[in-house]
Unconditional design. Sequence first.
Length: 723
Amino acid sequence: MPQGRYQQLKKMVVFLANQSEDCLFLNLYIPGSGSRGLEAPYAVIVYVHGESFEWGSGNLYDGSVLASAGHVIVITLNYRLGILGFLRTRPFPDRTSGSGGNLALKDITMGLRWVRENIGAFGGDPTRITVMGHDTGAALVNLLLLAPYSKGLFHRVVLSSGSALSPWASVHDPNDLRTKVGEQMGCSTEGEEDIADCLRGVPLKTLMDVQLPEIRFVPRIGPGLPVDQSNPDPGLDMERASDAFIKVPLILGVSTTESNLDFNNNDIQFGFEEDHRNRILRTFIRNAYVYHLNEIFSAVRNEYTDWDKPVLHPIIIRDSTMEALSDGHTVAPLMRIAFYHARRGAKTYFYHFNHQSKDSGYVQRLGSVRGEDIPYIFGLPLVAGGAFFSRNYSRQDQGVAEAVLTFFTNFAKTGNPNEPHKIESVDYGTPKEKTRFRGLTWEQYETGTQQYLTIALKPKMKSHYRGHKMAVWLNLIPQLHRPGDDDVSMRHHHFRERGDHYYAGPVRDEWYTPLPLTGTTRTSSSSTTACSTSTGGNEDGLIEEITPILDDSEDDAELLQRLASRHYYSTTTALGITVGVGCILLVLNMLIFAGIYYQRDRDKKRAALDCRPNGQESLPMTTRTSMKPPDNPRPTQEPPPSYTTLARSPSIQEQQQQLAQSPDVQDGEQLCRKDPRSGHGTSGNVHKDAIPPKPPARTTSSLTTAGSTNTIKKRVQIQEISV
């Protein structure tokens, strides 16, 4: 187990000694002013402890700080646990008087009835009773909220880290549990005989030592469904009790990591690889579901795998696995309860406790773990934690504790956590922490906005807690968890991996028959102790059999629209638009590229025709005086012009003067005149017998004469013209 949990259990041992079946006792914490206080009669908070269905005690929780600082009466109570509190001694269905089971719920009911009848004598208000439960205690409070025999005993409810819809919240086959206990105790379990008389003759220690197989993620012993014998179908029970359900204001809350107790200390410290992750998830799904196990496993693994990273660190795999289990067996069932309560306009508030003490004893990376909100609700950081929660709380922890205490006492008084006292400024904490709670309003949870309060050093209102992952648990998985057609074999729903090495803990036997429609079947459970030892459960709160209020198809459809519509958008339209825009951009880019290429090619051709270097002109080699061809045309050869660049020298000047006096050259010079409009030379009359002059001999000596003062270079173009 985690190191922090081990230290916590060591402190519990003192309070768990000398337990007895006669344990229906109440601890009352009353403000010092008593019935003469300014706020008398006081609102009442009754706390139902959790931890386990097999052991625990209300004596662990000191309500004195909550009572004195919040001006309310705080009551903690004890009730029977283990076989003495939950074993059903009569098979279901049974119409005879007496349920023969779920005696723990009867104990809590008797305690609430006593509070209603007698709390006035202690300065309490019997019309303002709030029942608060944590963990397994929250599951019991949720069941009491549905039970007709508890109607009118309380007026507000707080469910922290648990609900009746969690897979660990109930035993899904109480008849099988009855059979196994009866066989070990030597009691006949055939027929509908009540084995209670037989068990009364068994020594208590022998009854506590009964050995039953453990199944991971589900309880060995716990309340059996249905709670009320007159309504065998839990779904109909919740629907018919909807009036009482929606009239009660409700607070629901979770911590960041609700599954920390499902792992050992080695897994938490060092993490684990994907193979171990798969074994854990496969074990959880097999023990929590019946139909389409392979598909559910693939959906969960896909949702909680970071596909952006090619290699996952063991710590990252540990974090995602703990998040998957937390969402599956605690968070998603609570979110379902919040949805059904809020959709009818009832006052619903949801919180996420995201604050962790530095001295908590748990890995800081995990965030707040299961149960860390309880000492803050009781205000224990204000007095260094007391005997059970003693630790070194900081000034920041004290500021958070005072704000949380104010929220919950306001809710107990008025049904609204923001009234009657606004949290203007807390008295504890540093100046910076004091201002963070100033003027903060805890908004109601609604099916549309799904707002919730994040309790931390920087508190704020947020919406859609783990929205995408909740849509998987509340929409996708319930659709997968269906039997299908009648001709589908149950083997179709089993895991393909059947060896023990594919699982990380004990698993139940495979189902070979469909679940009964009454919804009261599941796997067998075992029990051990009456007020002593049990483990938490797992993730089956989404199954129809244990969803007392949530079984009808219309509710599932509405849940899909409310919880998943904001996170599962249809991608067909978006994909079509994306592809269309991409194609348009591609065609546009191709057209632009073709235009640029065409313009570039045209510019090259124009430059080749029009843009010649300076001093170089192409001249037509022949001219005609008429558009008609001559009678006897003579073939002419037009050799390319010869260009020579010479420096100015006396010999070249003399040759130029001689050429200027030649009539043939004068006629040829007419051919080199340029038309100012076209930039090309124009042709004139050429003498038929004109002979082009010979190029002058290159005089190198004149170009390199050292003492010559007339060495300026000049480009000279000499054209050879032929007719």
